[in-house]
Design a protein around this ligand. Structure first.
Ligand code: SF4
Length: 348
């Protein structure tokens, strides 16, 4: 695994992005931002599962104004997602947005960008230059690949912001196509020192979207690229945050709650491991501290295969061995599998 790329840290509200700060997990609300009560409720749900930054859509002035009361009800920094109308960005800043996301394909007039940058600079609010493959500004070099056109669009905007003496910049280059996404980020990572927000856009519903996102985000993180991530899913945003942490945990980049090790089951298993693992997974949602828990289908291989687990069970017919760090603690009856395992997890 490559060491993490050195990026220039920026501050989005209370959250540091880039530099040595942990890779940040973010999401986006799916409520109507003008519906303040529902938006606050959804952000609180994200806070409960570890969401660290949240973006809200700002389609009109009412949505921009709503950022102010929304901020009163939550502790997560709010990033305003702006398209087409620069005045929405100005209003979002007045309403207290902690960050802005601008798409260079949708706001490209230098005078309008200048007005936004001046207002952001006064408030020390960072701007994400969020390029999407689907809404690229017209390229001056149409022969470039899509990935290179994305990089070109971002660099043009970066240069404009720098010319205005503004460097609170974060960049994202998202495409649905995973190789395009990876190539674009690899290219820009060599060209600028600003933090990168990474993700695969419109990745789809959870079953396929998590895989696409994991391949894209995981590949980049493994190469040391990425300071904040979002898993874009056609699902409740809670699923995006959970998937984001799972990606980071699988690369040992963050610790966040439990890790469940469970065997795939095979002809040797004498209990329904799939059902048992699902039940344990549900119970573990209540645990916030890092712990590795194993659910193994047989006593023959179970404890050995999961010996780096903190707590686990290896099941036999009607009974299971409860083990800690690969060492047997005691034998438990099938009716007690979940309660005994969870009691040991709590104790640990
Ligand atoms: Fe099969 Fe046992 Fe391995 Fe599970 S732990 S896959 S039941 S051998």
């Amino acid at each position: 695994m490559n060491p993490r790329r050195r990026s220039k840290p920026i501050q989005i509200g209370r959250v540091t992005v880039g530099g040595d700060a942990p890779i940040v997990v973010q999401s986006m609300t799916k409520t109507d931002t003008r519906d303040i009560k529902s938006t606050i409720a959804q952000i609180k749900e994200l806070e409960d599962c570890g969401g660290e930054l949240v973006r809200v859509a700002v389609p009109d002035m009412k949505a921009a104004e709503a950022i102010s009361p929304i901020k009163q009800g939550v502790s997560t920094p709010i990033i305003a997602d702006i398209h087409f109308d620069y005045r929405l960005a100005l209003m979002a800043l007045v309403a207290g947005a902690d960050g802005l996301r601008l798409n260079p394909g949708n706001i490209s007039e230098p005078e309008q960008v200048t007005k936004i940058v001046q207002a952001a600079k006064e408030r020390k609010v960072p701007i994400r230059i969020g390029v999407n493959a689907g809404s690229l500004p017209k390229s001056k070099k149409p022969k470039l690949s899509i990935a290179e056109q994305m990089v070109e669009a971002a660099l043009e905007q970066v240069r404009l912001l720098e010319s205005l003496d503004f460097d609170l910049i974060k960049v994202s280059l998202k495409a649905f196509d995973v190789p395009t996404t990876i190539e674009a980020y690899q290219s820009i990572a060599r060209k600028i020192a600003y933090p990168l927000h990474i993700g695969v856009t419109e990745a789809g519903p959870p079953r396929t979207g998590i895989i696409r996102s994991t391949v894209g985000i995981g590949t980049l993180l493994y190469q040391g690229i990425g300071d904040t991530i979002r898993v874009s899913l056609t699902a409740h945003p809670r699923e995006e945050v959970i998937a984001g942490y799972e990606i980071l945990k699988s690369l040992n980049l963050r610790q966040h709650g439990p890790v469940l090790v469970s065997c795939p089951s095979c002809g040797r298993a004498e209990v329904d491991i799939i059902k048992l693992a699902e039940a344990v997974e549900k119970e573990l949602l209540k645990i916030t501290k890092p712990i590795k828990v194993a659910v193994m289908g047989c006593v023959v291989n179970g404890p050995g295969e999961a010996k780096d687990a903190d707590i686990g069970i290896a099941c036999g017919k009607g009974r299971a061995v409860l083990f800690k760090k690969g060492k047997k603690l005691r034998t438990i009856e099938e009716k007690d599998f979940i309660t005994a395992l969870m009691a040991e997890v709590e104790r640990f």
